[in-house]
Design a protein around this ligand. Sequence first.
Ligand code: ADP
Ligand code: MG
Length: 239
Amino acid sequence: MQVVGVIASGIAHEVKNPLAIILQGAEFLDKKIYAKDTNINTAIASIKEAVERADRIIKGLLDFSSVSKPDMHKEDINSLIDKCVFLLKHEFDKRHIKVVRNFNNVPSVFIDKNKIEQVFVNIFMNAAYAMDKTGGELTITTRVLKLDEPDARYPDKEMFPSQADTVLLAEITDTGGGIPKDIMERIFEPFFTTNRSRGGAGLGLAIVKNIIDMHKGMIYISNVDRKGAKVRIYFRMHQ
Ligand SMILES: Nc1ncnc2c1ncn2[C@@H]1O[C@H](COP(=O)(O)OP(=O)(O)O)[C@@H](O)[C@H]1O
Ligand SMILES: [Mg+2]
């Protein structure tokens, strides 16, 4: 683990307990105080909210700096994606997002199921946020991709074993606002977010990138011509 990872996880562990104590205290006061002054309730509510936010960031940091080695097994990506879609059904419905599954018959891949679920959940939530106001369509495609296809984008040839000329592609497109050009370079940076006011910590894509690297895969994010963002993940099919 890199030094920054050691520091991050150290801080995260140290801060978790005091946070838990603050939250318990606020919950205790909330139950005990029958305040005539509504400002008191408002103050307690905002303490709880702030602690929960800090707790989410800490959890993200722990995930980000997670030392745990990936636990790899052969898995079916289509059913894993289905599970993630099911987990987020409420989020999609709430925002009037239609999910289009464009699944093809693909071979199983060697992955850490929990970690890759985290990848899809993060990407789906980003898409959901991007389509928050207008509703929209989330399209998920899985297929075998030939690395010599014209739009394959394959700069790091040494990333994949030389005999591998195909990868499993999972592509997620949304019909949100897309990613402004001037922030495109920064979206994978830890703590970079344009959603701070909505509770975003900016750790989502940093964690996603980490996990994909662990799997020796690749991830590209771009904008679609019409509207929205496109995320492409390449999984190795050959070990
Ligand atoms: N599908 C998307 N559409 C538009 N912008 C996106 C999308 N996915 C990511 N982004 C941009 O990338 C930033 C970083 O994403 P992320 O690391 O997941 O952090 P967070 O979700 O907490 O903001 C987001 O704040 C947003 O500006
Ligand atoms: Mg996110």
